[in-house]
Design a protein around this ligand. Structure first.
Ligand SMILES: [Zn+2]
Length: 302
């Protein structure tokens, strides 16, 4: 069994309003097919399509306030109700209490204890990694979970060698924004195929992108639409190359944001979890909140 977790920071299930929700406005044929012909909206119930199960997933976890990245990501990767344990939704970066919870055990450390190999598939720019090393930048909760399990963050060298992808999926941001020459720039089709190829080489692969959350904070509807349409095209390439009998793809998020560009803050909406592959039938019924993901994935690995 292999698992590929695609984590899109800050995507929730919002209103069917193309003026404020990129998920309502964008052309997303692949994502929509996964959810049985329905857009990824608040009104879409839990349902199964030919290849996938779509699960509106509770990110609130019984704690008042707007869900935040550190507690949400820690809940995803530990199965613990981290916001309830620390008494609030907290982020974007983890505090000492959240770091301690991640260090007590997370999906990466539990998989390592079962002899399973994990990898990150999203490359990090050199200046970003240098700032983490110098203590100038805090690790995200997802990065800290990997750190305490000795799973390295992937680098420019990994990107150049096609062992990782860029957070923008295609790599053009490294060339055009970071001005790093000689990085591969993929078509969406090729990026999706590369995700499939890499995920087949490891037991557990995690690809994380922060760009969805950033677009939401900037209230940029047009950019949100463009990024989701890019993701949709990448998913088409991934699904074409993915063998449903070999593994499960999980798409999920930590909290809402992008689905409502009427304000700059996170939302209290449920987030989409989408499970793809035959193994999903073993775990889909067990998932309704962020805290259910790690226990379900561990069950999948036996
Ligand atoms: Zn955010």
């Amino acid at each position: 069994m292999r698992v590929l977790l695609l984590f899109l920071d800050g995507i929730g299930l919002g209103a069917d309003d193309p003026s404020l929700n990129p998920f309502a406005a964008a052309q997303l044929p692949t994502l929509t097919e996964l959810s049985g012909g329905y857009k990824w909206l608040h009104s879409t119930p839990r349902l199964s399509s030919e290849r996938a199960t779509f699960i509106p997933t509770d990110a609130q976890l019984g704690v008042p306030g707007r869900p935040q990245s550190a507690t949400g990501q820690a809940a995803i990767l530990t199965g613990r109700n981290v916001p309830a344990e620390i008494g609030e939704h907290y982020g974007p970066h983890p505090n000492d209490a959240i770091r301690a919870i991640l260090a007590e055990g997370n999906l990466y450390t539990h998989l390592a204890a079962r002899g399973k190999h994990s990898i990150r598939l999203d490359a990090h720019p050199p200046h970003y990694l240098a700032e983490i090393e110098r203590g100038k930048r805090l690790r995200t909760a997802m990065q800290h979970a990997a750190y305490v399990a000795d799973v390295p963050l992937t680098t420019l060298a990994d990107l150049r060698a096609n062992r990782a992808l860029s957070a923008d999926f295609l790599g053009d941001g490294w060339r055009d924004v970071l001005h790093i020459p000689d990085v591969p720039v993929h078509t969406p089709q090729a990026a999706g195929a590369l995700l499939a190829t890499l995920a087949k080489q490891h037991d557990f692969s995690l690809f994380s992108t922060w760009i969805t959350d950033e677009i939401g904070h900037h209230r940029d509807l047009a950019r949100g639409i463009a990024f989701l349409e890019r993701f949709d095209a990448v998913m088409a390439g991934l699904l074409e190359a993915w063998d449903d009998s070999e593994g499960v793809i999980v798409i999920t998020s930590d909290h809402g944001n992008l689905e409502d560009v009427s304000h700059r803050k996170h939302t209290e909406n449920a987030v989409p979890t989408v499970l793809i592959g035959a193994g999903r039938h073993q775990i889909a019924d067990q998932i309704s909140a962020l805290t259910d993901l790690t226990p379900a994935l561990l069950r999948l690995f036996g």
